[in-house]
Ligand binder design. Structure first.
Ligand code: ZN
Length: 526
């Protein structure tokens, strides 16, 4: 691996004019210093978005807050893109390549957590929380973009930036719609960032499943369930029938598939035969064709369940994710920068808090990493599947893209759980985002100043990635983003959550506002 990297670096140095390569090093150092100088505003942004904790499609405060910051910093903001109220683009620059930079912004239902506390302690009981750390991604990207913009202005470098937030990623709800709406038309390359416990990147088939999110609604007929049940047709029976049939069919599906559902509506009260019931399925498999087949099978079984129960069925596609495929030249360029930046300087308090989370929740003890992760390649992964999905895949099959993982969370926590929120408004999250922003800024400058890198990225996209598969989402023309999701829930919860929003005018950090001591007491083990 080391040899491969050295050779790749050598090839770039030979192809780029020597003067430009030298300038590259100096301007990258300037950009890194520009990020370092923003450590304070970056901490404020991370804490602010953590306190908003808005779930998919309801990122109203988050989106407005981030878009306003970009606007104040000279970016041109277009709100409500792709028919999604909380989506936006923020563009700046002229000429040169157009580089897109994105990260997700949505929280998760039911995982509210007080930051800096190592035991389960909801900030607002029953509310959403940042139980994956999506509060840190766009702040990190914004810090990187502001640093890059300053360097480009100073040195009169041509090039354009387009920042975009991943709305409703946890619902796999938007990126396929972004692509369909043409958001990435004219984009030369994209850097996406996601919170991690490690600092690294990778290329090739990243082992993430393609996914279809679909809700089946069965329509029956109400009747008195005891006095005249023969008049009724139960939509709930159809939901149960579908689940039963799907689980029998599961034995005969490819072993690579994963599928799961929740019953969103199971009827009203037992003595009324339910006229309306629905179940919401996630279907996952490794590639475009396999997930399409799985979706077809789901639709068939839903139709059969309707037939068996004398009901009818309609479906709504709620989300889609393409498999993830990282661009090799971009990953190698980013990885060289990740190595150059290195890990944050963790304090004894940071390590103590990480250990507290692991101890209090019965997780395996493992300190915060002090070295960057190896470059993730098809060889190092050995074809392993992660099981989960990420709709950045849709962007990855549209323009050359990589995901950079930055070290803002604690090893061995459970994602989509409150333990993954505990560190996300503490110095661990803040420091991880600073190194992440430096690597992103430096890689963007590589792309702005090295036309060969962008050309190589495009060649890999065309000659390697497109030979492996091609973009084939299941979206039908009348499928629309599910922007209604979580609306009523947030209308109920927002008044209680608002009382806990971070006020940076009064408190330097969110922990101070909440009166949380860091790293706090050492908890008893589980
Ligand atoms: Zn995520």
């Amino acid at each position: 691996m080391y040899a491969v990297r050295v050779l790749a670096g050598f090839a770039l140095a030979v192809q780029a004019p020597a003067a430009q390569a030298a300038a590259g090093k100096a301007i990258k150092a300037e950009a890194a210093a520009g990020v370092e100088a923003q450590a304070k505003p970056l901490q404020v942004m991370i804490d602010q978005v953590f306190s908003y904790a808005e779930p998919g499609f309801q990122e109203v405060r988050t989106s407005a807050y981030l878009a306003d910051i970009l606007e104040k910093n000279g970016f041109t903001v277009t709100r409500g893109v792709a028919g999604i109220p909380t989506a936006f683009t923020a563009t700046w620059g002229s000429g040169g390549p157009l580089i897109a930079l994105g990260s997700d912004i949505d929280g998760l239902l039911g995982v509210s957590q007080t930051p800096g506390v190592a035991t389960l302690a909801p900030l607002t009981p029953g509310a959403p929380g940042h139980g994956e750390g999506h509060n840190s991604g766009m702040p990190m990207i914004i810090a990187a973009a502001i640093a890059v913009k300053a360097v480009m202005e100073k040195h009169h470098l041509p090039g354009r930036l387009m920042l975009w937030p991943g709305v409703a990623e946890e619902l796999l709800g938007t990126k396929a719609f972004y692509v369909r709406a043409g958001l990435f038309k004219g984009v030369d390359a994209c850097i996406f960032a996601h919170v991690n416990t490690a600092f690294g990147t990778g290329y090739g088939d990243l082992g993430m499943n393609a996914m279809v999110s679909v809700e089946y609604t069965f329509h029956g007929k109400t009747a008195h369930a005891a006095a005249m049940p023969w008049e009724g047709r139960s939509a709930l029976d159809a939901v149960e029938m579908m689940d039963l049939a799907w689980n029998f069919r599961r034995e005969h599906l490819p072993v690579s598939q994963r599928s799961h559902d929740v019953i969103g509506n199971g009827g009203g009260q037992p003595n009324v035969v339910p006229a309306l019931a629905s179940n919401w399925y996630y279907f996952r498999d490794k590639d475009f064709a396999a997930v399409r087949t799985l979706y077809d099978t789901g639709n068939e079984i839903a139709g059969a369940a309707a037939k068996a129960t004398g009901t009818t069925v309609t479906r709504q596609l709620l989300g889609y994710a393409a498999p993830n495929f990282g661009n090799k030249p971009l990953a190698e360029a980013a990885y060289a920068n990740i190595r150059a930046v290195g890990m944050p300087q963790w304090s004894a308090a940071d390590q103590a808090f990480a250990r507290s989370i692991q101890t209090a929740n019965g997780f395996r003890l493992q300190p915060l990493a002090t070295t960057v992760a190896p470059l993730s390649t098809p060889e190092t992964r050995g074809g392993a599947s992660i099981g989960a999905s990420d709709d950045i895949g849709d962007v990855m099959w549209t323009v050359p893209t990589i995901t950079i993982g930055y070290p803002s969370n604690v090893p061995n926590i459970i994602f989509h759980h409150a333990t993954a929120a505990m560190a996300m408004a503490t110095p661990i999250a803040h420091k991880g985002a600073v190194v992440g922003a430096k690597a992103v800024a430096m890689t963007v400058l590589d792309m702005m100043t090295t036309p060969q890198l962008v050309a190589d990225a495009k060649r890999y996209f065309t000659d390697v990635q497109q030979k492996a598969d091609h973009y084939d989402p299941v979206l039908a023309p009348d499928d629309r983003p599910a922007i209604h999701r979580n609306e009523t829930l947030m209308a109920d919860l927002r008044p209680a959550m608002e009382k806990r929003y971070y006020d940076p005018a009064r408190y330097p950090t969110y922990l101070e506002q909440l009166g949380v001591a860091y790293p706090g007491p050492t908890p008893a083990g589980k």
